[in-house]
Design a binder for this molecule. Structure first.
Ligand code: PMP
Length: 416
């Protein structure tokens, strides 16, 4: 039976950012899916007795559910600094949000992205998209984008839209990308920018206005809420005229008897056909509220201290090699990828799970172009010929402890 990590703490509702877990199991795989926060569990428990249809019923329960859903939209939009006229559209996750945006692009849009992106931010974009190589430092990313956009503008009609698609923090290395600078460059060239905030949002405040990004995509399950709810937030104009992402009930204002005689509604509902995921939306909003009330600088400082402990520990293990794109001191969130020389990464992950009850991820992390490049780079940097073809990733966040990090380091040391 899952319990909170520390059962000796004060009652659940007073500690909304405690995370649920199973005693004895060490979860160092937050970047895949973070554990559920108490705030999310409480919000779901409170709403469950009221469970009734959203936007489709006249009863008191249904009205309360509709209100809760729309309040969740408002809370999440406020948390991410949405502009008054932005749409906040509920999706299943970041992948869904970016696919929605890809389907809403005006004809002839060119998307510019970097090869360091997660597949969710590489694969949805239309043919003719530009994929820039992974730069070796953040300033290089800004320079490369500026020259690619200048080139693009020289070669194409200025009327054709351009969308820059970048991550806030890499799911492989945790390295933070210079989003505000990239946004400035994009806008200077008349382009828009979408931020894949899947990995940044759990670790740092993300604000559309401050970063000046046009769209933002995020997943609830990486932000301490349960699976199945995410959002796309951003400029209304393209979204209000695009074909509905999910055609069906709720997305229309009128359907006539003839085939295709339909008037699609505008606003978020245009893309949210079908009965929505109320509990997911409410849980995500509850986490946003709890994070909004928290001292995020203090949380980030704790995480950075643990991250430093993990990276210093890894650096001290001669047979373990960290993967990175930028220099060793570049800003990053609580994610570290590495390889153990002479060891197959899947075997290491399995041993960590079975012998030490530590959960990490192994593989290429749905970012094959980046992971493969980093593995090649690591072999070159260390001169080692015994590095495996896939990697391991440890990732931390709320609820992670120094003892957990030390257990991982000790287990890795044992493999020497
Ligand atoms: N972008 C990044 C940077 C990610 O790490 C992930 C998930 N690993 C995604 C997008 C996709 O998120 P989801 O699987 O929740 O759609």
């Amino acid at each position: 039976m899952p319990t909170r990590f520390d059962a000796t703490r004060t009652p659940a509702s007073s500690r909304p950012l405690d995370v649920l877990g199973v005693p004895g199991e060490i979860n160092l795989d937050y970047a895949a899916s973070a554990p559920c926060a108490q705030a999310a569990a409480d919000a779901v428990a409170e709403l469950l007795p009221w469970y009734a249809s959203v936007h489709r019923g006249a009863g008191a329960l249904s009205r309360r559910c509709t209100l809760a859903y729309e309040q969740a939209r408002q809370t999440i939009g406020d948390f991410f600094g949405a502009r008054a006229d932005d749409h906040v559209i509920f999706t299943r996750n970041t992948t869904d949000a970016l696919n929605l945006l890809a389907r809403a692009l005006p004809a002839g849009t060119t998307v510019v992205t970097f090869a360091g992106e997660h597949h969710a931010n590489l694969l949805p974009w239309p043919r003719g998209s530009v994929r820039l190589p992974v730069p070796t430092d953040p300033a290089g990313a800004v320079r490369d984008l500026a020259s690619a956009l200048s080139e693009l503008r020289r070669g194409s009609s200025p009327a054709l839209p351009v969308l820059v698609a970048v991550t806030g923090a890499s799911n492989v290395t945790g390295e933070r990308w210079p989003v505000a600078e990239l946004a400035r460059v994009a806008h200077r060239h008349g382009a828009r920018i979408v931020l894949d905030a899947a990995q940044l949002a759990p670790h740092a405040p993300v604000d559309l206005l401050t970063l000046d990004v046009d769209y933002l995509a995020v997943s609830g399950h990486k932000l301490y809420a349960p699976f199945g709810a995410g959002v796309l937030i951003g400029r209304a104009d393209w979204l209000d005229v695009a074909p509905p992402y999910l055609a069906g009930g709720g997305a229309t204002s009128r359907v006539g008897p003839a085939t295709h005689d339909v008037t699609w509604t505008t606003g978020p509902a245009r893309h949210e056909g079908g009965t929505p995921n109320l509990l997911g939306a409410v849980a995500l909003a509850a986490v946003c509220t709890a994070l909004g009330d928290a001292d995020r600088a203090a949380l980030a400082a704790q995480e950075q201290a643990l991250l430093a402990r993990l990276r210093t520990g890894i650096a001290a293990l001669p047979h373990v090699v960290e993967l990175r794109t930028f220099g060793p001191d570049a800003p990053r969130v609580g994610i570290v990828s590495f390889v153990v020389a002479g060891w197959d990464s899947a075997d290491v992950a399995a041993r960590l799970a079975t012998e030490h009850r530590i959960g990490v991820r192994d593989g290429l992390f749905c970012a094959h172009p980046l992971a493969q490049r980093l593995l090649t780079e690591a072999a070159g940097r260390t001169g080692r010929r015994d590095l495996p073809p896939t990697a391991l990733r440890a990732s931390i966040g709320l609820g992670s402890t120094a003892a957990q990090v030390d257990r991982l380091l000790a287990a890795l040391a044992e493999l020497a």
